[in-house]
Design a protein around this ligand. Structure first.
Ligand SMILES: Cc1cc2nc3c(=O)[nH]c(=O)nc-3n(C[C@H](O)[C@H](O)[C@H](O)COP(=O)(O)O)c2cc1C
Length: 361
């Protein structure tokens, strides 16, 4: 389906990707991915041209179907000031002026999707919803493979009904945002071990397991659960050449356990990152969180200053629960080890899980 040598997909990292890492994963024989949710259409076109210059292998471009919470449309300056109050001591500490309330138009998914389709990408992946029928229809007629993200079995059914080609089943161990789109994210906190077989049981398209897979043991477990492939985020984010800062990469692959937590504080939508001072400030009782993307804009004003000042404790450190497994900082070495360890048992696992599914249906 994807035209790759190995059933390994790089998780897209909206805002933390690099063309270099995407191309490295594709060159290895996996599916490199690039998160373009924060890019204007013209930049998406340029980025895809750069990717094509770096690799002739298939890659995915990823967008967010929903780019704004409904509540963002009615949020006002007073709400902004209440949320900003929690961060005021940190702005002062960094010697940065307090950001003022300012409304910016949100990204337009249809305009971004237009750029993705016109550039003729091999694979179009998305999160936070099901794209409009005419966009999916155009993908089919152009031969673009589509991957949609589900955080519960109902979302997987909705994606399959819309005609997507494969479902990414994303367990709550995953780094970054929960891509939930039916109901509240807090009601779809299934772990990968429970989610993948439940999704496998309700759809007939291939399932790609995501969340908490940091080495061949996790990948083998996912195949045994009925996944046809794995999507890996955090372990690749920790590799040289990813779009994360060196401090962020170091924090992920620190050799000692650091807790990760789900919070709405960083952006307004539920997402998993490493616990740090900023997360604790935003999670304090009584602190108000703005809807997405307003909270993201507010927090970014602080974190860009914190990054320049080398204050990792006040930046957003996205990471999933498998962060503690990240040992290898070179993407090709990491993938080579994964494939070498997985290859001898992968066929058996896939056959076993297919037999089991057939018995049940
Ligand atoms: C920094 C970061 C940014 C992410 N951005 C996106 C995104 O824009 N779109 C998306 O579909 N998934 C996104 N994800 C989720 C990953 O694509 C992937 O599914 C997840 O990281 C897999 O779980 P793992 O981190 O446990 O390996 C992001 C993850 C991280 C860590």
């Amino acid at each position: 389906l994807l035209g790759v040598a190995y059933p390994i997909v790089q998780g897209a990292f909206g805002g933390f990707d690099s063309q270099r890492l995407t191309a490295a994963v594709s060159a290895f024989g996996g599916l490199g991915a690039f998160g373009a949710n924060a890019l204007e259409p013209a930049l998406i076109t340029d980025t895809i041209a750069e990717l094509r210059a770096l690799t002739d292998k298939p890659f995915a471009v990823n967008l967010w179907v929903s780019t704004e919470d409904d509540a963002a449309r009615t949020s006002d300056a007073a709400a902004f000031e209440r949320s900003r109050a929690a961060l005021t001591p940190h702005f002062r500490e960094l010697g940065v002026a307090l950001p003022e309330y300012r409304r910016k138009p949100s990204m337009s998914f249809p305009a971004q999707a237009r750029a993705v389709l016109d550039a003729g990408v091999p694979v179009f992946s998305f999160i936070f919803g099901v794209p409009p029928a005419e966009i999916l229809q155009e993908c089919r007629s152009r031969g673009v493979v589509t991957l949609g993200t589900a955080t519960n079995p109902d979302e997987a059914i909705a994606l399959e009904r819309a005609g997507i080609d494969a479902v990414v089943a994303s367990g709550f161990e995953a780094g970054g945002h929960r891509g939930s789109f039916l109901g509240r994210s807090e009601d779809s906190l299934l772990g990968t071990l429970a989610l993948v077989p439940q999704v496998r049981d309700v759809v007939s398209v291939p399932v790609i397991a995501a969340g908490g897979i940091g080495d061949a043991r996790g990948a083998a477990a996912a195949l045994a659960l009925g996944a046809s492939g794995v999507q890996i985020g955090t372990a690749l984010l920790a590799c040289e050449g990813s779009g994360a800062t060196p401090a962020h990469r170091d924090a992920i692959s620190r050799q000692r356990y650091t807790p990760t937590r789900l919070t709405r504080g960083f952006t307004g939508r539920l997402a998993r990152g490493l616990d740090n001072t900023l997360m604790q400030t935003l999670e304090r009782d009584g602190v108000e969180t703005l809807p997405y993307p307003l909270q993201r804009g507010l927090v970014r004003a602080l974190t860009s200053a914190a990054e320049s000042a080398g204050r990792a404790d006040l930046t957003v450190m996205w990471a999933g629960e498998a962060a503690g497994l990240s040992r290898t900082r070179d993407a090709a070495t990491f993938l080579d080890q994964l494939v070498t360890e997985l290859a001898p048992i992968a066929g058996t696992l896939v056959t076993w899980s297919a037999q089991r599914t057939r018995r049940e249906t």
